[in-house]
Design a protein around this ligand. Structure first.
Ligand SMILES: CC(C)(COP(=O)(O)OP(=O)(O)OC[C@H]1O[C@@H](n2cnc3c(N)ncnc32)[C@H](O)[C@@H]1OP(=O)(O)O)[C@@H](O)C(=O)NCCC(=O)NCCS
Length: 172
């Protein structure tokens, strides 16, 4: 497995997002995004980190000076419960090396240590095989299929995957 590490999200985030803004990378995420949408998410992440409701990280590797992926968690409501929602991406040149699974597990450890929520959820589209594989390999439990909106206003059919943070030191 390629050596990787996480660094806090910062101004390199939008640079990564622009590199990742291709039809291939965005195939399961509503298609190529506008510059405004990338800028708005960057601001949401920075605001969320500042007020403690978000943890978002850049994935770094030895053989590239720029971030090659991201992983994050943020406060969300699911079926009347406060949970973390998670998301991730790894650039095509670095995929298939276990980086996403490793980065997701590292982020799960940080989410659990934060102690805010018992459960983290992820909602990959049912057809997003790599992302569903990441959930399965990281140890999420598949709860079933659900209707979801991503981006907002775009209805999609997703898997609801849940990780019990209590199992890795999170709150009861
Ligand atoms: C999802 C994503 C982050 C995976 O990154 P990655 O670093 O390649 O993932 P990993 O190498 O850690 O593991 C992926 C697993 O999925 C499997 N996989 C990859 N493509 C697959 C496919 N088409 N069908 C089935 N499994 C697949 C891999 O084989 C691997 O499992 P293995 O170790 O048993 O072989 C990457 O594909 C991506 O960024 N996609 C675009 C953005 C996205 O959709 N993000 C998720 C939003 S919910």
């Amino acid at each position: 497995m390629t050596n990787f590490w996480l660094e806090p999200w910062d101004e390199r985030g939008p640079i990564l997002e622009r590199r990742a803004n291709t039809p291939e990378m965005q195939a399961h995420l509503g298609g190529v995004e506008s510059a405004e949408s990338i800028a708005a998410r960057h601001k949401r992440i920075l605001d969320g980190v500042r007020d403690g409701t978000t943890g978002f990280f850049l994935i770094m590797v030895d053989d590239d000076p720029d971030p090659i992926g991201s992983v994050g968690f943020w406060d969300s409501e699911w079926l009347g419960q406060s949970v973390y929602e998670m998301g991730w991406k790894v650039l095509p040149g670095f995929q298939g090396r276990g980086i996403a699974v490793g980065a997701v597990l590292a982020a799960i450890g940080l989410a659990a240590a934060g102690g805010r929520h018992r459960f983290a959820h992820a909602y990959p589209k049912v057809t997003n095989e790599p992302s569903n594989a990441v959930c399965r390999k990281a140890g999420f439990a598949l709860l079933g299929e659900v209707d979801f909106e991503y981006p907002k206003g775009n209805p999609i059919r997703c898997h609801d995957w849940q990780f019990d943070l209590k199992a890795v030191g999170g709150p009861p």
